[in-house]
Design a protein around this ligand. Structure first.
Ligand SMILES: Nc1ncnc2c1ncn2[C@@H]1O[C@H](COP(=O)(O)OP(=O)(O)OP(=O)(O)O)[C@@H](O)[C@H]1O
Length: 310
């Protein structure tokens, strides 16, 4: 299905290293994936696995140490022209995890939402019109423009964060754990809003989450990140039906089940990271079934080949 669509983003062998030359910390170790126009692509892994670093590298906040990122076929990582930088800054927007922390407390909503427009030679009337439209698009009243962030609930603040992205008229939004800081009762509202905006505007999402249950129903495909590496990539249904990597299985086993009896019966799978020494063995990236990719050590890969139906 996805293969017929146009590639919007190509992440090729992406590496991000922090620290010093003598004490480097490899946060992202050769991650590759494509995102197609109009899809919602999930990036899942536990805290510290490197998801945010990947998102920030795509949006050019984190420098890339190796590999490259292409957007609509053009390289956007490393040094790029000012014109391309302007285009990317507008077309790729990011929504952040904590709406309490990501909005400037001292600025009015009006300023927060339209900050990205400054320097664009837009008249005051047009700017106000765009702010009102962006607020309406996320279900907020135009008069909210003159208020401060502390006057709003968490869900409303996240809507303000989304309005700040929408005002730039983006094609691609990186949503970094957009609902994890919100009350469970309002998470669905924000997810519904994001789905509705996607339909109306043909948006493409990179949706970052540590919780697989969140991404299950909104993502077309899901990539699982473990210790800076992409270990499994598949369509959502396929990943949930046939998780192959032990780390993916461990993540799935941590999903709370709605039925308390089933919860009790559930055998908790404990992931043993000691069996995955990617740095010592050559990891192999294999397509196990159409569109379902797995990173395995040589030892594991040999086992897959012996048991292809697994
Ligand atoms: N600017 C930085 N300097 C040094 N180390 C960093 C920097 N940014 C991230 N890291 C480290 O890189 C690793 C990956 O962090 P990252 O925030 O990408 O993880 P994550 O999977 O998004 O987790 P979380 O859900 O907690 O944000 C962590 O060990 C983190 O401490």
């Amino acid at each position: 299905m996805s293969e017929q669509r146009k590639k919007l983003l190509e992440v090729q062998d992406l590496q991000v290293t922090f620290g010093t030359h003598l004490h480097p910390f490899h946060a992202v170790k050769g991650v590759s994936f494509d995102i197609y126009e109009g899809e919602t692509f999930g990036l899942v892994g536990e805290s510290g696995s490197g998801k945010t670093t990947i998102g920030r590298a795509i949006i050019r906040i984190n420098p890339v140490s190796g590999g490259q990122v292409l957007y609509r076929g053009e390289r956007i990582s490393g040094r790029i022209s000012r014109e391309l930088d302007r285009k990317v800054t507008r077309q790729i927007q990011m929504i952040f995890q904590d709406p309490m922390a990501s909005l400037n407390e001292r600025a009015k909503v009006d300023y927060i939402v339209s900050e990205g427009l400054y320097g664009r030679h837009i008249g005051e009337a047009e700017r106000q019109e765009k702010v009102a439209k962006a607020l309406a698009d996320v279900g907020l009243l135009p008069e909210f423009a003159s208020r401060f962030p502390h006057e709003f609930s968490g869900g409303q603040r996240q809507r303000i964060g989304i309005a700040r992205s929408l005002i730039m008229d983006p094609d691609f939004i990186i949503a970094d754990e957009p609902i994890s800081a919100l009350d469970v009762s309002i998470r669905a509202q924000v997810l519904n809003l994001m789905s509705q905006l996607q339909k109306e505007r043909g948006l493409t999402y990179l949706f970052i989450a540590h919780d697989l249950s969140v991404v299950r129903f909104i993502c077309d495909r899901i990539a699982v990140i473990h210790k800076g590496r992409l270990v499994e990539l598949a369509e959502s249904e396929e990943l949930f039906a046939h998780p192959l990597h032990p780390y993916t299985r461990a993540l799935l086993s941590a999903i709370p089940l709605p039925d308390p009896i089933a919860e009790k019966k559930k055998k908790l799978l404990v992931y043993d990271p000691s069996i995955h020494h990617y740095d010592q063995e050559t990891p192999l990236w294999q397509e196990i079934s159409p569109g379902h990719f797995l990173l395995a050590s040589e030892r594991e890969a040999a086992e897959w080949q012996r048991e292809p139906s697994r």
